[in-house]
Write a protein that binds this ligand. Structure first.
Ligand SMILES: NC(=O)C1=CN([C@@H]2O[C@H](COP(=O)(O)OP(=O)(O)OC[C@H]3O[C@@H](n4cnc5c(N)ncnc54)[C@H](O)[C@@H]3O)[C@@H](O)[C@H]2O)C=CC1
Ligand SMILES: O=C(O)[C@@H]1CCC=N1
Length: 271
């Protein structure tokens, strides 16, 4: 049975565990969790998902088939140093840490199969938009199982490592941008008299409907937008404000800053 150890047990680890256990891809008895200090969080994960808390670090790490690295970039070096002595040669490392390169992980853990994944927290509902890259030590035969594992939490694209920076900016951080939009549209609608429940439901359904239209893929977003925008109508009036406030520039600046930060984090914690 495949044994998976999560080193780092925060928001992202939980979202992945939620997805994996919900889809019954792997039995919770085979999923182990450990973190730096927060015992309450480990107990919570055990209670909620029935996963195992690592008691014997050495045993858990030595026997692991897959180790997920799920700590913040600033904690990566310390974590990698503490793991290094216990790994067996065949263990596959899957890092979800933003910015930290395969080379930096290799520098601490030695040459071994390493994949980097950029998921997002929608993994919790099986809707992560994940991208993965790997080093050449990941055997051909292991690629599909890794993709299948990740597909249990959503969609997966295989990308070049260099592209993970922009992927992180777009889909790793993406849910937060959409939640920000949700907050703002909701507040604006409430200001104009709608109640909170209706405002939220109407916005969610609008996002969902627009997503479905985009997903059909037969009409470009620009054309879909035109179909909503009657000349001299309400949409035009609204869009004019978005353009006047340079929302397009804000979005370019947002993606640029996020992908830059991913590069910076990689450099900052390079070993
Ligand atoms: N939250 C998100 O939406 C996404 C996060 N990520 C990446 O996932 C990683 C984790 O992010 P979050 O879960 O949001 O952070 P978090 O702060 O919620 O969780 C971090 C976990 O790492 C543990 N930790 C810290 N130092 C450790 C050490 N030396 N050994 C073992 N465990 C240690 C902490 O105790 C905590 O359980 C980050 O690198 C982030 O870039 C990637 C995609 C999306
Ligand atoms: O904000 C962050 O750094 C992480 C990576 C992508 C989403 N959250």
């Amino acid at each position: 049975m495949t044994k998976i150890v999560f080193v780092g047990a925060g928001a992202m680890a939980e979202a992945i565990i939620h997805g994996l256990t919900k889809e019954k891809i792997i039995s919770p008895e085979s999923i182990y969790v450990t973190n730096k200090s927060d015992e309450n969080q480990l107990n919570y994960l055990k209670e909620r998902y029935n996963v195992q808390i690592v008691c014997d670090q050495k045993k858990a790490l030595t026997e692991a088939n897959i180790i997920f690295l799920a700590m913040k970039p600033k904690d990566a070096n310390e974590a990698l140093t503490s793991l290094a002595p216990y790994l067996n040669n065949n263990t596959t490392i899957i890092s979800v840490i933003a910015g930290i390169s395969i080379q930096t992980i290799t520098n601490s853990l030695g040459n071994r199969p390493i994949a980097r994944v950029m998921p997002n927290t929608s993994a919790a509902v099986g809707m992560s938009a994940s991208a993965v890259c790997w080093n050449e030590l990941i055997p051909e035969a292991s690629k599909l199982p890794i993709i299948n594992l990740l597909e249990s939490i959503g969609s997966v694209k295989v990308v070049a490592e260099e592209d993970l920076h922009v992927v992180t900016a777009l889909s790793g951080s993406g849910p937060a941008y959409l939640y920000y939009f949700a907050e703002q549209f909701e507040s604006a609608a409430i200001e104009h008299g709608l109640n909170k429940v209706d405002a939220r439901q109407l916005f969610i359904q609008t996002m969902e409907g627009a997503t479905q239209m985009l997903k059909k893929g037969d009409v470009e977003p620009e054309e879909l937008r035109r179909k909503v925008t009657s000349p001299g109508g309400t949409t035009e009036a609204g869009l004019e404000q978005l353009m006047e406030h340079k929302v397009n520039e804000a979005i370019f600046a947002c993606i640029n800053a996020a992908q830059n930060r991913s590069r910076e984090l990689g450099k900052l914690f390079e070993t």
